[in-house]
Unconditional design. Structure first.
Length: 122
């Protein structure tokens, strides 16, 4: 086995985050240190992309703060991520939705994916 893969497995612990992809709306609870205090800040937005694999995997979340778009890149294996919650599962055709940056108003809405399992139970 490759030596780098062995080292990556030792460094990275198993995280219990839910599966999410581009187009999903998620809330990331992120630990922030201010002096000697530590608090948790919520960052809710749309996932624009997932990138990389293993230790270097990251995901980008975009939210609107007033009229200004704010993007933040989170490492998947960061010890500062407390939890990730999937709020909506979006239906998009691309793995990286950079075109979303240029959309405003109703065009910036992402269709929510229909829950297939709930329809079968009825």
């Amino acid at each position: 086995m490759d030596l780098m893969k062995i080292v990556e497995k030792e460094i990275v612990g198993e995280n219990s985050f839910p599966e999410f992809k581009a187009g999903d709306t998620i809330t990331v609870s992120y630990k922030i240190k201010e002096g000697n205090k530590e608090r948790i800040q919520q960052f809710r937005g749309v996932v624009i992309q997932r990138r990389g694999k293993g230790v270097t995997a990251t995901f980008t979340v975009r939210k609107m703060s007033g009229n200004i778009g704010v993007e933040r890149i989170f490492p998947v294996n960061s010890p500062f991520i407390d939890s990730i919650e999937v709020n909506k599962v979006g239906s998009v055709r691309r793995a990286r939705i950079f075109y979303f940056r240029n959309l405003t108003g109703k065009k910036a809405k992402i269709k929510e994916k229909k829950n297939v399992t709930a329809a079968k139970e009825d």
